[in-house]
Design a binder for this molecule. Sequence first.
Ligand code: UGA
Length: 429
Amino acid sequence: MTITFIGHGYVGLVTAAVFADLGNTVYVIGHTKEKIESLKRGIVPIYEPGLEELVKKNVKAKRLIFTLDYSPSISKSDIVFIAVGTPTAKTGDADLSTVLEVAEKIGQNLKGYTVVATKSTVPAGTNKRIKRILEESKPQGAEVDYASVPEFLREGSAISDTTKPDRIVIGTESKRAKDLLIKLHKPINAPLVLTNFETAELIKYAANAFLALKISYANAIAKLSELLGADALRVLEGIGMDKRIGNMFLSPGPGYGGSCFPKDVRALISIAKDNDYPFSLLEEVENINHQSRRDIVRKARKTLGDMRNKKIGILGLAFKANTDDMRDAPAIDIINLLQNDGAKISAFDPKAMDTAAAVLKDIDYKKEAYEVAEGADLIIVLTEWNEFRELDFSIIKNKMKSPNIIDGRNLYDSKEMTKLGFTYQGVGR
Ligand code: UGA
């Protein structure tokens, strides 16, 4: 099949590369000349394990074609996917301007029969608007069907999430579109959820908000465990063994971040409000998330007292491991609060230091993890990079001014740390 993706962010680029690898001819349309030129050479603008190799392989095989032009890729395509961003607008709603703009450009370039499908996360009802735009802008004689095919991949494991998803959701009113989309997804071999636009759109928001809710629940249990002297990790392990609850997305930490959960929880609160339903449960999910970030700072203040000119080394800046993404990373809020208190910050992250430098000021970036310990009064771990698990803490202790550690991701054994002479605080322990 010939398909086109509009957008080469995580969703667009990964899904395009996977479909190309499955033997399809895949066009990817972007709007920045430099980025498209680099992608043509197989240079990927984001860090995602395995992605650069997959892109290079399929560019070389001429199955993956990057372009700035809607013509002729759209007219040649059986299916066109919209995979552009839907950031939060000032109102808290999803900003749909790019999605609607590209829908019009797609419409103008349609020829013959085409299925247009949205992968971008859009509030229920948007797909009907997109369908209308396509129908109004298409040339005479062109035929278009429309579908919502939300994406569930995670950054850091995006390729395996795309090749082995838990389910594929297809929302459309057209049998022809449904059959074509089923055919495209056939080699992926996952259970299908076939439904209407609105349901498909809401499945995406409801899934992200529920996962965010699980994390905030874990963070609330962690807080309560600290107050009661319980071990939150054991409590959460204990509840996660109940298959009805499940053990995933129950790790307490500095709160969820990234480009999806914070934005989608906010948008779902807004969508509910617009429909006269105050989704106060989700407002509390957000509140707990903010508190989880602040709680790391509260622990630092309690440990160091007057924070002015205290040296704090940060291990990990990205919103989670295996990505260089800093969007809504807990590290941003936490470091800003520590700096407001007058602390001096040094930091190391294996992949996210360049992206961090664009959003965080006055940080002494280090070349390796051990360097943040140099003369430090406190180390705070904010991202669960595997290489941080392997660090030799006797070396770290010797470099530090005072051996204090706040382990925001519960990477280390508290007893071993205490034995080494550290004042150790995890989350919920
Ligand atoms: C999330 C969803 O997991 C994907 O299914 C979805 O497709 C994607 O959003 C999207 O809407 O595009 P992602 O944001 O890449 O994926 O990352 P997650 O692995 O879900 O992590 C989100 C945040 O939650 C991170 O800050 C992570 O550290 C935090 N988290 C996750 C916890 O604090 N505890 C956990 O137990 C799990």
